[in-house]
Ligand binder design. Structure first.
Ligand SMILES: *[C@@H]1O[C@H](CO)[C@@H](O)[C@H](O)[C@H]1NC(C)=O
Ligand SMILES: *[C@@H]1O[C@H](CO)[C@@H](O)[C@H](O)[C@H]1NC(C)=O
Ligand SMILES: *[C@@H]1O[C@H](CO)[C@@H](O)[C@H](O)[C@H]1NC(C)=O
Ligand SMILES: *[C@@H]1O[C@H](CO)[C@@H](O)[C@H](O)[C@H]1NC(C)=O
Ligand SMILES: *[C@@H]1O[C@H](CO)[C@@H](O)[C@H](O)[C@H]1NC(C)=O
Length: 886
């Protein structure tokens, strides 16, 4: 104030010195189109009348227009006269020495330099008589475009308030943006104002938040003005308003608001954390002593920016006031925990309370209290919600093991010696902890209607897994015939490899649970028996049938008989068959065993002991169930009925009590047990008693012989059919020559014969022609005729006649059989050429010799005559000649 006054003094002094002073506001003045403008003009230090006159002119583009004057109503320029007369432009005397130019609604065309002039009333022209002020009229271009990108936020989230503000003209003006909040029906309260001239003004209600960094300006330029509220709170809910103002700095230094625009931004909803938060604890539990308590407190909701503080509470009753047992701070610090009670965060929203080895004192009602904290500022938090779960009951008690026992038959026998397998399954095991299971298998010979059933222990697998055999089953368990085992998980197995008939009955398993005792051993905590299971099979009677078929008929003695036996077995398990061929002379008579094939296919001659006929019977297996019997060279005494006796065998395995020494019938350590046997139908061998049949044949190596040579002819007797024993037959043999002898002797005289005792008789030499014959028996059935020194007359047909004599075995008498005559054989003598040539040749030679001798004689005689030497003729020469003649 003193300064202003001082400067006024200075000015006044200057004015005194300088003369009249006309004063207008310092420009330029900026006004918005349509607004009212008043320009004041003062005059001072003037002389003359007190009351002064004023004139306003406007200088526009070098032209000067008269606007209005205080004394001349005709003063306004024609362009402005209408506005002046309508009062839009007026001049108002404020005092004698001051005036005001008023434009009610300034126009853009009104931008100009306005000059205020005062006509001189001074004695001397001194000072200034006018003053200029520039007026700028600008258009209303201020635009506000607010937006809230996310009008619904969770408590603690960030809330953004965008207030875009634009304007066309920025020279000489300054902008301010104000964000206000309107809660309910109350008037809007300012939060923060940015500007004018980049100044930040925070309302008192928001000062603390601003200081804590909870309010932040987001100025990106280009007309973007954003306010960011971090950590939205429920009280931030409501309507928001954005106000933009345009300011002009006045000559006096003050800022004048020339424009203001307000826009509603929209409504913001803040979801309180407390509403979304859920706290649950699972679940009522009953624990055994020393079990582990494991409770989880689950916090659900939007936990992103929350700080959680968790407390576990325990009360002795559902309604009793609970005590905090352990607590975890926002930062994870646990207080009140111990080795007996641990609290940990296992997931963002899961807090686990674990108490190993619970005691009775751990029983109670457990609940979980959660406090949710939200950041208020960078360093401050505020509690947004608190919630407590429903309590769950934890009961700690001494519990005994629980389980279920189920007995089932995995393999049931259908036949004796089939395997049996029973499974004893232990399920739903609870509270066993470090305990173990043992099993005892029991057998009861409970037969229908039997009241005196006894129960026996087969064996026990005890808690240590050791097998303890029952007294009566010890041997079978040791031999492996019965096996007790344990499978996973908790399945016990009883297996009978070969179930005997006496094993039929009821089986059960009794499972016992063992827990470690305080003394260090094991004590039985519980025992549960299964319902018994019946092992039974209806023993099916084995059925065996045998059918015999004739394959080859023995129609005569010596022929081959063949029959097959087909076996059909039913209700037999892995049977082996033995076959015995029997014969009986008459149906129903005592039978005789012929030969047999046992179950191991070993062939054995039974009562077929005839020497030399051992190989004449055969029995072989020709198919799985087919056997073939053959009898070669059937004899009279072989006649009768033949049939197969078949027995079915099953093998008893692992029989430790098999009698030593009985080697037959054992194979692979198992004994065959005869199960059932059957006889086939009977096949009859019958052919007529024709006796032995003989055939006589004749044979010679040489049919043509030279005269004088020996011819050999064989009479061979063959036996067709049943051959009698060597001593039971003998033959009479006669040789005949035909036709010569037949003609001479009426056909009845044999050449040579041999009776049945072997005596040879030659017939009386009836003719000189008869050569020297002999007959010999070269083997049992061959009688050889030798004709020595054959002659022409020996040529001819030869045949032999044989008569078999048979010894009847019963009576010992010999009977003569039918005479058999062989086919003839022709013996020829190579005679004709040699016989015809011999005589002429000898005569020729004799004549020639005689002539030769005669000539020699003549010669000798001549010589004798001449030399007188007489010669003696030897007789020997004649003799030689005679011999030659012979
Ligand atoms: C505000 O300005 C920004 C940046 O210029 C723009 O992306 C946004 O769309 C504007 N908002 C409105 C409501 O005009
Ligand atoms: C726990 O047991 C109580 C009664 O003992 C019962 O009211 C409550 O519903 C149970 N809670 C659960 C989660 O089962
Ligand atoms: C507690 O229970 C959870 C799930 O039921 C399990 O994953 C966790 O291992 C348990 N903790 C203890 C210590 O037994
Ligand atoms: C007897 O032998 C002859 C010659 O070898 C033969 O042709 C004939 O069939 C035989 N007779 C009998 C009954 O065997
Ligand atoms: C030889 O045959 C003739 C007549 O055929 C007879 O007279 C003579 O006695 C026979 N000689 C001998 C040795 O049998």
């Amino acid at each position: 104030m003193e300064e202003i006054f001082a400067s006024f003094i200075v000015l006044a002094t200057l004015a005194l010195c300088e003369g009249r002073v006309v004063k207008v506001p310092v420009g330029p003045l900026v006004r918005v189109e349509g607004q009212a403008v008043s320009l004041r003009c003062d005059v001072s230090d003037y002389e003359g009348p007190r009351d002064q006159d004023f004139e306003w002119t406007m200088l526009q583009a070098g032209k000067e227009l008269q606007v209005v004057s205080t004394f001349d109503s005709a003063y306004p320029d024609t362009l402005l006269r209408d506005r002046v007369s309508s009062g839009d432009i007026s001049i108002k005397k404020l005092s004698d020495s001051s005036v005001e130019l008023k434009i009610k609604k300034v126009r853009a065309t009104d931008s100009a330099t306005y000059r205020c002039s005062t006509p001189s009333t001074d004695t001397t022209v001194k000072g200034n008589y006018f003053a200029d002020v520039a007026l700028k009229v600008i258009g209303d271009s201020l635009r506000v475009a607010p937006s809230i990108p996310k009008p619904v936020v969770s408590e603690g989230d960030q809330l953004e308030l965008h207030c875009n503000t634009t304007r066309a003209f920025t020279e000489h003006t300054s902008l301010s943006v104000t964000w206000s909040h309107k809660k309910g029906g109350s008037p809007a309260s300012e939060i923060l104002t940015f500007g004018p001239e980049d100044k930040v003004t925070v309302a008192t209600g928001s000062a603390q938040r601003y200081a804590d960094g909870g309010l932040r300006l987001d100025l990106r330029g280009g007309g973007f003005y954003g306010l960011v509220l971090s950590g939205a709170r429920p009280e931030d809910q409501g309507k928001y308003v954005c106000t933009a103002r345009e300011w002009v700095r006045q000559a006096g230094g003050s800022l004048d608001k020339i424009l203001e625009k307000s826009e509603e931004m929209g409504t913001v909803t803040v979801k309180p954390t407390a509403n979304s938060l859920q706290v649950t604890v699972e679940k009522n539990t009953t624990l055994n002593m020393e079990d582990t308590l494991n409770l989880t407190c689950s916090v659900a909701g939007d936990l992103a920016s929350l700080g959680l503080e968790v407390e576990w509470l325990m009360g002795s009753g559902a309604s009793a006031s609970p005590q905090v047992v352990v607590r975890m701070d926002r930062d994870g610090t646990v207080t009140g925990g111990s080795a007996q009670l641990a609290l940990s965060r296992v997931a963002p929203g899961d807090f686990r309370l674990v108490a190993p080895k619970v005691e009775r004192s751990n029983s109670g009602w457990y609940s979980c209290r959660v406090r949710a904290w939200l950041p208020q500022s960078s360093s401050k938090w505020y509690q947004a919600a608190e919630m407590t779960s429903n309590p769950v009951q934890v009961l700690v008690a001494q519990l005994e093991p629980e389980f279920k026992v189920t007995l089932s038959a995995a393999v049931s026998p259908q036949f004796t010696y089939d395997p049996t397998e029973l499974l004893c399954a232990v399920t739903d095991i609870q509270h066993l902890r470090d305990g173990r299971l043992g099993v005892t298998w029991l057998y009861s010979n409970a037969l229908p209607g039997d009241t005196s059933a006894t129960t026996e222990t087969i064996g026990t697998l005890n808690e240590l897994g050791v097998l303890v055999a029952g007294t009566t089953y010890q041997q079978r368990l040791e031999s492996g015939d019965i096996a007790l085992s344990r499978g996973e998980p908790n399945v016990f197995r009883l297996r009978l490899l070969r179930t005997r008939t006496q094993d039929m009955g009821e089986y059960s398993c009794s499972v016992s649970a063992w827990t470690p005792s305080r003394q260090g051993g094991w004590e039985q905590a519980k025992e549960i028996s299964s319902t018994p299971i019946k092992v039974q099979w209806s023993p099916k009677t084995p059925v065996l049938s045998v059918v015999a078929h004739r394959i080859r008929e023995a129609s005569s003695a010596g022929s081959t008989f063949e029959m097959s036996c087909h076996v059909t077995g039913q209700n037999l398990q892995n049977p082996g068959y033995s076959v015995l061929v029997r014969t009986e002379e008459k149906s129903g008579a005592a039978s005789r065993k012929v030969l047999s094939l046992n179950a191991d296919s070993v062939l054995q001659l039974e009562e077929w002991t005839e020497p030399g006929r051992v190989d004449s019977v055969a029995l072989e297996k020709t198919g799985p169930l087919e056997y073939r019997f053959r009898l070669y060279g059937a004899q009279l005494r072989d006649r009768g009925f033949y049939y197969c006796e078949v027995a079915a065998w099953t093998r008893e395995q692992g029989g430790s009590g098999s009698s030593a020494g009985s080697a037959s019938g054992t194979r692979g350590g198992g004994d065959w047990t005869r199960v059932v046997s059957a006889e086939s139908n009977k096949i009859h061998i019958s052919f007529e008693d024709t006796g032995p049949v003989f055939n006589v044949s004749i044979h010679s190596d040489q049919h043509r012989v030279a005269p004088g040579e020996t011819a050999k002819l064989q009479c061979i007797i063959t036996v067709v059919g049943a051959s009698p024993n060597t001593g039971d037959v003998s033959f009479e043999v006669q040789w005949f020559q035909s036709p010569i002898r037949a003609v001479e002797n009426g056909g009845a005289e044999p050449l040579v014969s041999m009776d049945r005792w072997g005596v040879v008789r030659k017939s009386a030499p009836a003719a000189n022609l008869s050569a020297d014959c002999s007959l010999e028996r070269s083997d049992a059935h061959t009688f050889t005729l030798s004709v020595h020194g054959t002659r022409d007359a020996d040529a001819g047909d030869y045949y032999c006649v044989a008569t078999p004599w048979l010894l009847a075995p019963a009576s010992g008498a010999w009977s003569k059989g039918r005479q058999l005559k062989s086919q003839p054989i022709y013996l020829s003598i190579r005679l004709a050429l040699w016989a015809s040539m011999r005589l002429p040749l000898l005569c020729g030679v004799g004549a020639a010799v005689a002539v030769g001798l005669l000539s020699i004689l003549v010669g000798l005689i001549c010589a004798q005559c001449c030399c007188r030497n007489a010669l003696h003729t030897p007789r020997s020469t004649n003799k030689l000649m005679d011999m030659e003649m012979d």
